[in-house]
Design a protein around this ligand. Sequence first.
Ligand SMILES: Cc1cc2nc3c(=O)[nH]c(=O)nc-3n(C[C@H](O)[C@H](O)[C@H](O)COP(=O)(O)OP(=O)(O)OC[C@H]3O[C@@H](n4cnc5c(N)ncnc54)[C@H](O)[C@@H]3O)c2cc1C
Length: 472
Amino acid sequence: MSARVDIIGAGLAGSEAALQLAHRGYRVRLFEMRPFVSTDVHVSDRCAELVCSNSLKSLKSDSAAGMLKYELTRLGSYLLCEAFDAAVPAGGALAVDREIFSERITAAIDDHPLIDRVVAEVCDITPEGKLVLREPDHEEATVLSDASDALIVASGPLTSDTLAQSLQRLTGHEQLSFYDAAAPIVYTDSLDFDCVFSQSRYEQGAEGDYLNAPLNQEEYERFIDALINAECVIKKDFETKDLFQACQPIEEIARKGLDAPRFGPLKPVGLIDPRTYRRPWAVVQLRAEDAHKQSYNLVGFQTNLTFPEQRRVFRMIPGLEHAEFARYGVMHRNTFLNAPVLLSADLRLKDASIAVPVFVAGQVSGTEGYTEAIASGLVASLGVDAALSGKTFEPLPVETALGSLLAYATNPQTTDYQPMHVNFGIAQPLETPIRNKKQRYAAYAQRGKAAIDEYAEKQGIAPLSEGRTAWI
Ligand SMILES: Cc1cc2nc3c(=O)[nH]c(=O)nc-3n(C[C@H](O)[C@H](O)[C@H](O)COP(=O)(O)OP(=O)(O)OC[C@H]3O[C@@H](n4cnc5c(N)ncnc54)[C@H](O)[C@@H]3O)c2cc1C
């Protein structure tokens, strides 16, 4: 009898992992709580529901999102193939008819002889790896009589409370976050270095750890006015309930009074502008996001502004007029583990104190975005396969978009981790630096393509179906 794997959550990551494992001959029990228990954003009882936009982002081969699509296709992703089959016209992006997409995936799962989809809320995991379930028509939660050979947790950003508590017990209370309050990240080479200066507070003269964008009084007041009048993402109760107690969005701080940000995240104390030898009226500080200083985050700028408004308003900051965003700020409900501390490169929990190997995939593993969720489901399934067949897991090459994301997310040196999508700000620098952006991105793409082709070849992974991957 082949080994069996339990998967919690039939979202994007869980569905990809289930289909991958079944394809490799494993039996799968896939636990999904919907429609018995729903979340605040899902509306159907189907697998792989897209909860918001219907876009899986760019197809351009020289973008990080486009590279990820090539890599997933090369690694035989089921869900990406279905996405291509369910595609609707969207310029240079891959957007899907969400109904067709999730219907097809649900059918593939339900028709697969090796996958058993169970409607139940997983409330807990015992030390033996047995799942504790709440099922329709059962008052009491029950413990399953047997554990599987491996477990994948793919319960998503809206993991149910009972399971979240269980994960907290399993991993340590401070290792699970419930809200994603992330500041925007901008590419270093899009900043104007005639304006921003490198300096740490109270350390003038020395090359500092921070970049500083100085504002004079007029610039500051114009910026604050734009900030408090900018359009915000529509706030729903579930997104804001406990959020503001822990972490204030920059626009909320600005609403408290004109000077509030100047005494908060934009305080200029201890900083001298080397061009004027004076302390600026206010300063936006930027902290390096990666070891190679290819991107910087705007310190204290977690925000609820819509993405176009972030682009418009934050470009009013001197030195950021042409800023390109590696990621925008977000503030929403988001259950995710502190991946750099807890996970290894195969997305396995390093120390789960559970008798079976436990893997984590999707948003809860600390990746951000639909395609990234699919990708991490695929990687977790490769990790399970390696663990159960006694092989050593070969990490994805860091030259690939997915490999660089996983290297960043599971690097113990990464601090204050926030979920991340693929982007060139965390890419492994090229051996020979290229200044021209277009040429540099093309070089990343070319290098990544060669790396994933070699990886897949070496691992004996074929694209799923020649016909459906003809676009490569
Ligand atoms: C409000 C919101 C909007 C977003 N919008 C976008 C967007 O527009 N574009 C984008 O790229 N990304 C977006 N994301 C981020 C992310 O890409 C998606 O949330 C994506 O669906 C994550 O995939 P997943 O597989 O990790 O989780 P999901 O797709 O949510 O799947 C998790 C599944 O687990 C089930 N589950 C939860 N708890 C349990 C339990 N205890 N037992 C059994 N089943 C359980 C859930 O019902 C769900 O079906 C958004 C996130 C949120 C919260």
